[in-house]
Structure formats: structure tokens, C-alpha cells
Ligand binder design. Sequence first.
Ligand code: SF4
Length: 375
Amino acid sequence: MVDLIRVWEEKVRLVSMLGDKLSEREIEEAKRDSHAHRLPRPCGLTVHTGLGCKFGCLYCYIYDMGFPSTPRPYPLKGLQLAYALALNPAVAPGHYGTFMAFGSVTEPFMDETVERALEYLDAVAGILGNPIQLSTKAWINDELAARIRSIPDHLSILVTIVTTSLHRMLEPGAPDPEERFQSIQMLSRRGVHTCLFLRPILPGLCEREVEDILVRALDSGAAGVVLGSMRVTGGIIRRLEAVGYPYMREILSRIPGDLKPEVQVTLRMSDLKGRFARLAGELGLRVYPSACAANVDAHGLGCAACKFGPCGDVNKLPDVDEHGLMEISAKYGLSLEKVMIDERGMFLAVKGPRARIAQFREFVKSVCKRRVIVR
Ligand code: SF4
């Protein structure tokens, strides 16, 4: 049975232990940092190893979010980052804790940020022990692959390849896709759970290239594929038009509703995802319904926390401890009035401030690996 109280006690111990190793100034910096406050995304808590990205992919939304094209390492040192994460009320530490997602708003393995990324991987895996996933477009040589392999509890790695013909147009600063197939090979050879990340699916282009990309990923040793939809903003559309992306009509026809300059909109593409998933399956590649499903598999876990599940080993789904739920809700200053658990998930009637309920919900969802519906 999963012991919510023990996970909580471990969180408290980590905050205290890490706090003892940091100066007052470092503690204050970590407390102010967003890693100490923000809620996990569906793929996990996003960990920023740097600020900005020099790869300049035209389909990328980070530039519309204000991130620069000149990268620099994230300012916290490894122990501060671990402290901030342990402090975050929505984060549960440990192997059965919150999924960590590296690489969502930057490339972790750019020259400018690779050392910081490795420092963070060591700190999060070695001190907190959470399951980590990292997405990358970098060329990973044997030395870096060995370094990644040495991270405790292993990693789930996603290597992004979406085109082999228009990469110079669409990903002007990123390594050649040939090098990224080599990255899959280097990591897979060393036993690192590595998947092809076919995200974003670029309408018009990916239909023409998908089979070749899937076959080459499989031949390179990929454990599976994660397919991801394209999100666009007005800025992305303008940038694609400016370079003469040849399949604009296919993209524009899939935009649901109106497009606002900086608001991200997910294209309608369930037809393409379905076709690509069937093809990948026929070719013998495992298809994960989302990035976190690959993370679950890489770490030998089970999860039924959303409608795509259950994922991984269903025998590893933790039992739920109702008494622990009551005690944990009190730690958040909440009143848990009713608990109902069935095969669809957990239904909790909770009273208290909304922000605290959201943090409590994320903590419980991470540890119990169940859908948590709060009323
Ligand atoms: S059930 Fe699967 S897709 Fe859903 S959160 Fe869990 S691992 Fe991710």
C-alpha cells in the first residue's frame, strides 16, 4: 500500500536536510523561484535547465512566451533546485512521486547549458529520487550517453525528430536529424530508455516522412514513439509563412476557431495521430499515448492518473490509503469530508482555499497514480 504519510515525512526531511546545506541567500532565492510554486503539467513538473534556446525552431512557442534565443544556464545551483522542488507543496518526492519533465521550454544539452542540466539531473535523481524524463534535439555522443546512463534510477529520454528534409528551414540551429538518430542509437546501446518524440506533427510534411522516420528510429534502437500535436500562435504562423513553409494550407485548415497573436492553439489532428500510431504499431514500435506514459514505462511504474491510462505495469498501481488521505489533507489546512474510490479514480469532497486544494490534489495524484476529482 502506498504510504502518503511517509512520502510527506520524506518531503519534510528533504527540505530540512537541503536547507542545512544552503546559505540564507540561497534559500531565499530558491523560495522565490517558480520551481518552488508552480503546479505540475500533465507530463509532470517542468524543470528548466536554462533560459532560452538557440535552436530557433520555427514551430516553437517559447519565443512567443518571451524566452530569448540566446540561452544561459538556469540561475539556481543543483542543491537549490532540489530544495525548491522539495519545498513545492504540489510535489511529492521519490520513485513514486511527481514525474519530472526536463526540456519543456529549452534544450537541456546545448553547450551553454549541458553542465547545468547534468547538475540538475544528479540533484533531482540522486537526492529527490523522482522519475525523470528529458526531451532533446541534441547530438549525444558516447561520453554524454555514458554520463546520462550513470544518473541513478535511469531516465526516460525523448529525442525529437519531425522532418529529415526541411530541418534546415524549420530547425535552423538544431543538430542534423542524422545526428539525432545517432543519439537514439548511443543511448539505446547503453540501455537508456529512449523514444522517438514525433512532436509537433507538422501537417502536410509529416505525412510524407513519417514512415521513414519511424523505421529509422526503430533501427536506431528506439523503445517506442510519443506522438504530439502541433500548437500554433500568430507568431508561429507568421514565421512559417515568412520562410515559405510549403504546407501552410494544411496547417491553417486545422486551426480550431480564431487565432490570437500570443495564445497557443492546438491543431485538430486526431486523424493524423491515429494514422501514425497505427503505422508505428504495424512497424513494431511501441506507441505511448503521452510523454509521461514513456516515463512510467522507463521506471517500471504503473499509472491510471488520466483518461489515457492505465499505463505501464497495472500490477504496480498503488493501493490507496484513506486514512493517509485524511492526514495529508490536514497538512494542507483542508477539511476532507468524503472519499469515494472506484475503478475510475478518487472522488474527494474537500473544503478549503482553492490554491491549497490544487496543491493537495497534485500531491495525492502523483503518489496514488489515480485520477483525482475534487469537489
Ligand atoms: S495514465 Fe498514462 S498518460 Fe495518464 S498520467 Fe498516467 S502515465 Fe500519463
